[in-house]
Design a protein around this ligand. Structure first.
Ligand SMILES: Nc1ncnc2c1ncn2[C@@H]1O[C@H](COP(=O)(O)OP(=O)(O)OP(=O)(O)O)[C@@H](O)[C@H]1O
Length: 273
């Protein structure tokens, strides 16, 4: 479980879309970090840079002290759209995580080692789906599919786990369940984990540390206690919502500015289950 370092990382798309603007931070081994911020803040770009899916325009990203370049097999990724093969079983989908170890041809031919198969079953067990190993993805709920997505990332035997809005399309109860399994997997396997999340009140329950991103800059770095209403206001509204956000807070108790993604979840079904 290596450290992650961003040193003066800037990412510019095209001529002038600055998605990350001179970003520097270090994530310690085994930390569970949640990226918060409004749409377009740069969260996905941060994850893509970390995964080697896109190169920074300037600056350096290091994993375990080594500068990264290209796609990284030690980085497992969970996507919002789980990208499962619907006609395959949970087990078959989990096994595709071994692709980076085995190469495309062996995977296409279904030539999996006993180690791969055992790892796939263990990963399904980690996400509570061992009994559903033979069930086709197409007959699974959205939450179950996302848990298969986590299992697939674990089969890759990563040291770092990334997730881009892994529960964005789920109801609050299913979202919490998926987050519980993501955290369980990270804890059991000592993975350094970075996930973006829109549902702020769910994020607060699971994150060790939060990075607040706005306009490509990290403007907040702290734990759940530091994540006050004022800080949320600053992250999501640039501090301009002021007392209005407090006045309109639908929960009355939850430190989530009204209008922030997921702010209503606590009021309409975020029952803490
Ligand atoms: N491939 C791309 N080409 C051009 N511009 C892009 C590309 N990907 C992202 N951007 C732009 O970079 C900025 C940051 O986008 P990014 O997707 O990283 O934000 P985000 O915080 O993940 O947003 P969301 O929560 O909506 O996914 C935005 O202005 C976006 O339009």
């Amino acid at each position: 479980m290596p450290t992650i370092e961003f040193e003066n990382v800037t990412k510019v798309y095209g001529e002038d879309t600055v998605a990350l603007d001179d970003v520097s931070f270090t994530i310690s081994e085994g930390e569970f970090v949640i990226l918060l911020g409004p749409s377009g803040a740069g969260k996905s770009t941060m994850l893509r840079v970390l995964n080697g899916l896109t190169d920074p325009t300037e600056g350096t990203v290091r994993i375990g002290g080594a500068e990264i370049s290209g796609n990284r097999s030690e980085v497992g990724m969970v996507f919002q759209e789980h990208y499962l093969i619907e006609s395959k079983s949970a087990f078959g989908n989990a096994l595709t995580g071994a692709l980076s170890r085995n190469g495309l041809l062996r995977s296409l031919l279904g030539l999996h080692s006993d180690h791969d198969k055992t790892t796939a079953l263990e990963s399904l067990q980690t996400v509570g789906l061992l009994d559903e190993a033979g069930q086709r993805a197409e007959s699974m709920s959205g939450g179950q599919k996302q848990r298969v997505g986590i299992a697939r990332a674990l089969v890759q035997e990563p040291e770092i786990l990334l997730a881009d809005e892994p529960v964005a399309s789920l109801d609050p109860k299913a979202a919490r369940e998926v987050m519980r399994y993501l955290k369980k997997a990270a804890t059991e396997q000592d993975l350094t984990t970075v996930t973006s999340l829109h549902q702020v009140n769910i994020a607060r329950e699971f994150g060790d540390r939060f990075l607040g991103i706005r306009d490509g800059e990290v403007i907040f770095d702290g734990d759940a206690d530091d994540l006050t209403m004022e800080e949320m206001d600053r992250i999501y509204y640039g501090g301009e919502a002021g007392d209005e956000s407090l006045k309109n807070d639908p929960t009355g108790t939850d430190s989530v500015p009204s209008g922030a993604p997921g702010a209503n979840a606590a009021a309409d079904g975020g029952d803490g289950t």
